[in-house]
Design a protein around this ligand. Structure first.
Ligand code: PAF
Length: 285
């Protein structure tokens, strides 16, 4: 039997809803939930006694030109989905509740936030880390779960936790895809059917690169194969295709061996999408 989660809107209500348990998990979201978020919540459920889901569209991580205003919002629908996935508490604060004053001190994602997403969305990962740290302080979880889909965000959060000694275990959860390969994202809602076909170029490029890596191709060949596939995709404007190390998001060299993340970003019409795959590079071919 599923029990609807308790929905709280203020820090005070949240503090009351946090029961003393050995292990509390948090899943942070911006709402417009889909199966990818629900897989994070189910994983959280299997690891913790209390599961808190935060729903907050964080203005600090959007540039003035980005989609803050039109970002999809559906609290009622989200809460209904979360009831089935095992969330105990939903914390859905207002902007004023989270940022009582304009934040003067912010978290700087440093090198891990300056490349790729950071280069295309300056300040984005600083905004993400600032709200993640605030939510960690408010929820006080033992474990926090993040999707592999936002690979660079995951790296930045891991590094913040490491560098600032934040007492929380960070768990990565695999990307969930539609049967056609498109990685689930709240922004997929912006795509019309023909744009969706274009967007499939991203996952196609990743699959191709994965096949090359499995066949023993080296780092350069793997990256170039993905880049060529993306270049072939009409109406896809590629922001980047990069093969990076999984810790600091630095480009890996052509002679790299071992784990690497192939990260891609592109725009279809006015919608910007990102995707990635974790590969093992063992050049043998
Ligand atoms: O991945 C997201 O949805 C957001 O970046 C996060 C982690 C909830 C911070 O606002």
């Amino acid at each position: 039997m599923t029990r609807p989660p308790v929905v709280v809107r203020t820090r005070r209500e949240l503090a009351i809803a946090l029961v003393p348990v050995p292990r509390r998990a948090v899943v942070m979201t911006m709402g417009a939930l889909h199966e990818g978020h629900l897989s994070l919540v189910r994983e959280a459920r299997s690891r913790a006694d209390q599961v808190v889901v935060t729903i907050f569209v964080n203005p600090l991580q959007f540039a003035p030109t980005e989609d803050l205003e039109r970002y999809p919002r559906d609290l009622e629908g989200d809460v209904a989905l979360l009831a089935g996935a095992g969330a105990d508490v939903v914390f859905a604060p207002t902007v004023d509740e989270v940022y009582r004053d304009e934040p003067v001190v912010r978290v700087d994602a440093g090198e891990v936030g300056s490349r790729l997403e950071g280069a295309h969305r300056p300040g984005h990962l600083d905004g993400v880390l600032t709200v993640v740290l605030k939510l960690l302080h408010l929820v006080r979880p033992q474990v926090a779960l993040f999707g592999q889909k936002d690979a660079q965000q995951l790296m930045a959060v891991r590094r913040m936790v490491h560098d600032l000694d934040v007492p929380v275990e960070v768990v990565a959860v695999p990307t969930v895809r539609d049967p056609d390969g498109l990685a689930l994202s709240s922004r997929n809602a912006y795509l019309d059917p023909s744009e969706r076909q274009v967007a499939l170029g991203l996952s196609r490029a990743l699959r191709l690169a994965e096949q090359r890596a499995r066949a023993g191709a080296g780092a350069d060949e793997v990256r170039l194969a993905a880049a060529a596939e993306l270049a072939r995709t009409d109406r896809l404007v590629v922001d980047y295709v990069a093969l990076i190390d999984p810790v600091l998001a630095r480009d890996v060299a052509g002679d790299h061996r071992g784990a690497a993340v192939l990260a891609v970003a592109g725009r279809v019409g006015s919608t910007r999408l990102i995707d990635n795959v974790v590969l093992e590079i063992e050049e043998t071919a």
